[in-house]
Design a protein around this ligand. Structure first.
Ligand code: NI
Length: 174
């Protein structure tokens, strides 16, 4: 296991359309494990392979669903780990929602981005088996941010409203 270097703008690997994963062998398994470690070390809620200079369609996400965040009687949800290989958004809600995003590859900035409130993602798991996930809210936002990464798109392409976060402004990074 290893912590990988996270590449930052203006590295061109962030702008490339990543290639499909077809080999789920040992090297790929090591990459997945290293990306999970790197995401946790950052810390971040998601990481896409181009962010570690690997132009492949692989993203990892770890996030606790916060639907009940405002209800203090509900214990905090457990974090859930997602490994998505060759992900595709197959359903998108018409409803859009604004939220604030930051990115591990775009240091010292956050921005307000419009995303689909609900999506369905089809992907393969780390062993190449098909999976389908319905996501809404922040989880849907994280998936859209990560899937943009494998298309060479950064959140800053989707908004003019970016700013330097205040010290007390804690934005999850991915
Ligand atoms: Ni990012």
């Amino acid at each position: 296991m290893a912590i990988l270097d996270i590449v930052k703008v203006p590295d061109t690997v962030l702008r490339r359309k990543a290639r499909k994963v077809t080999d789920f062998g040992k090297d790929f398994q090591l990459l997945v494990s290293n990306m999970i470690d790197t995401m946790r070390d950052a810390p971040g809620v998601g990481l896409a392979a181009p962010q570690v200079a690997v132009s492949e369609r692989l993203v990892v996400v770890e996030y606790a669903d916060d639907e009940d965040e405002e209800n203090e009687e509900t214990p905090p949800a457990a974090k859930k780990l997602y490994v998505l290989v060759n992900p595709e958004i197959v359903v998108k809600s018409d409803e859009m929602v604004l939220g604030i995003e930051g990115c591990l590859s775009v240091p010292d900035l956050v921005g307000e981005v419009d995303r689909h409130e609900r999506i369905t993602v089809k992907a393969l798991n780390r062993h190449g088996q098909p999976i389908k996930i319905k996501a809404e809210g922040w989880l849907a936002r994280i998936f859209q941010h990560e899937i943009d990464h494998i298309e060479g798109i950064l959140y800053t392409d989707r908004t003019d409203k970016v700013w330097k976060p205040r010290d007390d402004e804690e934005i999850p990074l991915d």
